[in-house]
Design a protein around this ligand. Structure first.
Ligand code: GUN
Length: 300
């Protein structure tokens, strides 16, 4: 069997087009332009790439983009003061502090200082609690993107066995909550899980989010299962030339795609959905802040 490839790049483009359409209507009908502020502390190379990409795509969907770049040794009080200023700015509807932060900054304190209504990452403790209790919240972007792709492929997820490999606050835990919300039977597996292969073999849906290159082989996958690979791991690829690298997921694509019913590739799977969902969340936050109807299908 050869799996259907779930094209996240194309799906993300559709989500962004839908966001752009709604932004156009918000402007025309209400004179409101959603604004997203992204805060980057330090010079982490990967973070710089993500932040640039976020800014570019924010402008492309017709929103205002504000990027704040702070020195690596910025004192915590200065970062908290900036967040307070953004919280109080009516033109800013979404605030994202790029992670990881430099070690001297208290990540939980910083995240929890963001106004929950503007927390487009869905990392604030209030949003975590709202999601966990099935209430309206801001939903973390990567899990939201995964859920959108799963719903698009399956229609209903009700009653399916889902395994999430990885228990991070950014992906694993919120992903499990979302799958539970869609009535899956959910297992969260992690580095201490006994007989991970056996656990994964029972799953109709596998979401791999561990950050270990190609750790899930095809013979762990139940024939016909849907595999969502959240991993983005850069490996050296000397066969491509000196200093060259290649991206791989947490799943061994070659063997898994021979068994699965559907699978997301890396790159071009979940990755592009994350920023599309960030834009969707910013639009959702803007609509809620202004008491305007939210677009359908862009959040849970
Ligand atoms: N770093 C890696 N992924 C993310 C994310 O989804 N949000 C933020 N703020 N930082 C990240």
């Amino acid at each position: 069997m050869s799996a259907e490839i779930l094209d996240g790049k194309a799906f993300a483009a559709k989500v962004r087009a839908k966001v752009a359409d709604h932004v156009g209507r918000l402007k025309a009908a209400h004179g409101i332009t959603p604004g997203l502020a992204v805060v980057l502390v330090g010079e982490d190379a990967a973070s710089q790439v993500y932040v640039r990409s976020k800014g570019k795509l924010t402008v492309e969907v017709g929103m205002n983009s504000h990027t704040h770049k702070l020195d690596v040794d910025t004192p915590e009080v200065d970062l908290l003061a900036l967040i307070k200023q953004l919280n109080n700015d009516a033109d800013i509807h979404g605030i994202l502090v790029q992670l990881p932060l430099p070690k001297h900054l208290n990540e939980a304190l910083v995240i929890n200082s963001i106004d929950p209504a503007k927390d487009v990452d869905g990392f604030h403790i209030s949003n975590v609690g709202l999601l966990g209790t099935g209430q309206k919240s801001m939903v973390p972007c990567t899990p939201l993107g995964c859920l959108m792709m799963l719903r698009e492929h399956h229609g209903s997820l009700s009653g399916l066995d889902a395994v999430v490999i990885g228990r991070s606050n950014i992906v694993g835990k919120p992903m499990a909550q979302l799958l539970l919300g869609d009535s899956c039977t959910v297992t969260i597996a992690h580095s201490r899980t006994r007989d991970l292969a056996d656990v994964v073999r029972r799953a109709d849906i596998v979401v791999a989010a561990v950050g270990r290159p190609e750790m899930v082989p095809g013979d762990w996958i139940k024939p016909g299962a849907t595999v969502i690979d959240v991993g983005i791991n850069r490996l050296d690829a000397p066969e491509r030339g000196i200093g060259k690298t290649r991206l791989v997921g947490d799943v061994d694509f070659a063997s898994a795609s021979a068994v699965a019913g559907a699978i997301t590739p890396v790159p071009g799977g979940v990755g592009p959905m994350t920023i599309a969902c960030l834009l969707a969340n910013t639009l959702t936050a803007c609509c809620r802040a202004n008491g305007v109807a939210e677009p359908e299908g862009l959040t849970v």
